[in-house]
Design a protein around this ligand. Structure first.
Ligand SMILES: C[S@@+](CC[C@H](N)C(=O)[O-])C[C@H]1O[C@@H](n2cnc3c(N)ncnc32)[C@H](O)[C@@H]1O
Length: 326
């Protein structure tokens, strides 16, 4: 068997088949209902499969964020899309596989991106420092420190080696591409004005205090073309903004989001259903049973100790860059 095939490649281009976006996109503030899982079932299953095959663990509500975002973004083939606060998360790879040219921005240093991602996608750094040559990732992959006593380290090292071996066999690459730009979103100095078709952000912007978030939004809008959409998911607070220390993020009210995204007063919001949506989230067996393993070993990733207890919920914001009057 070709070991590259072990990283199963779901059908290309299918991403655009199940998400028919609204005919005319509208600015909105929308708490993300668990009903999205069934409304976009094929997409949700494809996201789960892709995350498994790339060994990307998803945050506890990300299936909602991803399904909602991909649905509203619509077909992306040939489009340039900024992913704000992308980390090494799933969306950028999904979009590249669907034919988008993704500008992946994060203040984290991702220069040593794992080979399993480089090998399956066209990836480059915007600047030389944004992505090290492949051999440096390779060296890091095989020398990374592992916890525990010697024999356990040796065993898990051997296991990781075997598993990673599949990543070094050249595979068919995605039709689109990902350009890494390790930079703060407040200063996208290397991207010209009006350069990109759309922008997305999955659970990233809430890691900015209000005064910073306002600047981040302005900077993203600067690089978007007029008429382009910013589709962002953040975390919601019912009637006051609060700091969720376990995930180091802000939970924002719809009033604050309107102000920070410069949305008009009449922008629709479903915050009146906050309690109903949060109760449904707490009862959602599918998200609870798919909780990523890393939560079990952490107190600071949003679900301390892996005990299912959502105390906030995701919210999606759509902002459209106005056309410049002529
Ligand atoms: C919770 S992680 C989500 C990562 C990714 N979107 C995903 O789907 O896995 C939030 C990310 O946003 C990034 N981030 C937040 N604010 C940022 C900023 N002002 N500039 C650059 N990156 C930022 C963080 O560095 C972090 O990697």
């Amino acid at each position: 068997m070709n070991p590259g095939a072990a990283l199963a490649e779901p059908a290309r281009g299918s991403a655009t088949d199940f998400a028919q976006p609204p005919v005319s996109p509208q600015e909105t503030i929308e708490l993300l209902s668990v009903s999205l899982l069934d409304e976009h079932r094929a997409l949700v299953e494809e996201l789960k499969a892709m995350a498994r095959s790339l060994r990307i663990e998803l945050g506890w509500h990300y299936l909602l964020d991803l399904a909602w975002t991909i649905h509203h973004l619509g077909p992306v083939e040939g489009k340039t899309v900024l992913e704000a606060g992308a980390g090494t998360g799933l969306l950028q790879w999904f979009l590249a596989r669907s034919g988008a040219q993704v500008m992946s921005v994060d203040r984290l240093d991702r220069a040593a991106l794992p080979m399993r991602l480089r090998n399956r996608f066209h990836v480059r750094g915007l600047r030389p420092s944004d992505l090290h040559p492949g051999w440096r990732s390779l060296a890091r992959d095989f020398t990374r420190p592992l916890p525990g006593p010697f024999y356990r380290r040796w065993a898990s090292g051997a296991l990781a080696f075997g598993r990673d071996l599949a990543s070094y066999v050249p595979a068919n690459r995605s039709p689109g591409s990902v350009v890494l730009y390790n930079q703060d979103l407040k200063r996208l100095d290397d991207i010209p004005d009006n350069a990109l078709d759309a922008a997305v952000a999955i659970s990233a912007l809430e890691h900015n205090a209000p005064e910073d978030l306002e600047l981040v939004v302005q900077e993203i809008l600067r690089v978007l073309r007029p008429g382009g959409m910013l589709i962002a998911t953040l975390t919601a607070g019912r009637d006051q903004d609060w700091w969720h220390s376990a995930s180091a993020g802000w939970c924002y009210t719809d009033v604050t989001l309107r102000r920070l995204f410069d949305l008009p007063e009449q922008t629709p919001s479903n915050y009146a259903r906050y309690d109903e949506f949060l109760a449904a989230l707490k009862d959602c067996a599918e998200l609870r049973d798919n909780l990523a393993r890393f939560y079990r070993h952490s107190q600071d990733k949003g679900m301390p100790g892996g005990v299912w207890n959502p105390t906030y919920q995701p919210v999606g914001v759509i902002k459209i860059k106005k056309a410049v009057p002529v």
